[in-house]
Design a protein. Structure first.
Length: 260
């Protein structure tokens, strides 16, 4: 099933691998699609999750690697499109389409706050026209940038992005039941993605609210980092290796990659 077909009905989880190995394992678990994570990839490169920290061509290479790692459809976290103007967004979206990704997301965060509403809409229109075959997800980042009225802003912008041609709508940071229900209603019948990067509503509850797609962003990468950091700190501060008791075995990991 391709990415667009997955969005037609029901609710599915689209987890976010940060490298080839994590993509392979998620495929083996039976997930139906994957999405890249700019933060997870950034941390693996030792840089912050800022659009200026990951050059466009490096991100394109990463997306291509994730696409090639499994037969699953992939949606690319393409940040702000690596350009401020609609023309630059369009040019870069065309490049992203060449990686083999079946979809991508474009956000309204300039790196210094939200783009002006009109410009944000024009950027979505540009992305749509540049790659009409891709499943386009438009993101409103109001809740992540500390906007004083994140839900109100997201409701307004996502509805406008839907009218501008976005296929899927996404307001990361809004994950309470009331807020999610409002987002679903505002853009219906177009599908909504909800980011679950910390404990909260489960898949069944989100499905009951009308959510079509659930992503986890950098959460899987941060979970791996958390285990690594605790184990490394124990060695550095206490000289103990007890944290290794939770490690995956060599045989288990070796077996995962022998199945390819």
């Amino acid at each position: 099933m391709n990415l667009r077909e997955l969005h037609q009905s029901g609710c599915f989880v689209i987890p976010n691998p940060w490298d080839v190995g994590s993509a392979i394992y998620l495929h083996q678990l039976g997930f139906k699609a994957l999405a890249t994570t700019s933060a997870g990839f950034a941390f693996s490169r030792g840089v912050t999750d800022d659009v200026d920290s990951l050059p466009r061509d490096l991100m394109l290479q990463h997306v291509r690697e994730i696409v090639q790692a499994t037969p699953l459809p992939v949606s690319a976290d393409f940040q702000n499109g690596y350009g401020h103007t609609p023309e630059d967004v369009a040019a870069n979206v065309r490049l992203c389409a060449k990686t083999g990704a079946e979809g991508l997301s474009i956000e309204d965060n300039s790196g210094h706050g939200l783009y002006d509403r009109t410009l944000a809409i024009e950027r979505v229109k540009a992305a749509r026209s540049a790659a009409p075959g891709l499943l386009l997800t438009a993101r409103c980042e109001a809740a992540l940038v500390g906007h004083p009225e994140p839900l109100k802003t997201a409701l307004d912008r996502l509805a406008a992005f839907a009218d501008a041609g976005a296929d899927c709508l996404f307001a990361p940071g809004i994950k309470d039941a009331a807020g999610v229900a409002a987002l679903v209603k505002a853009v219906a019948p177009k599908p909504v993605n909800v980011l679950m990067s910390s404990p909260g509503l489960n898949v069944r509850q989100l499905s009951d609210l009308g959510v079509r797609r659930i992503s986890v962003g950098s959460a899987l990468a941060r979970t791996a980092w958390g285990a690594f950091m605790r184990a490394a700190k124990a060695i550095a501060t206490a000289g103990t290796f007890d944290a290794f008791s939770d490690a995956a075995s060599f045989a288990e990991l070796d077996g995962i990659f022998r199945k390819r």
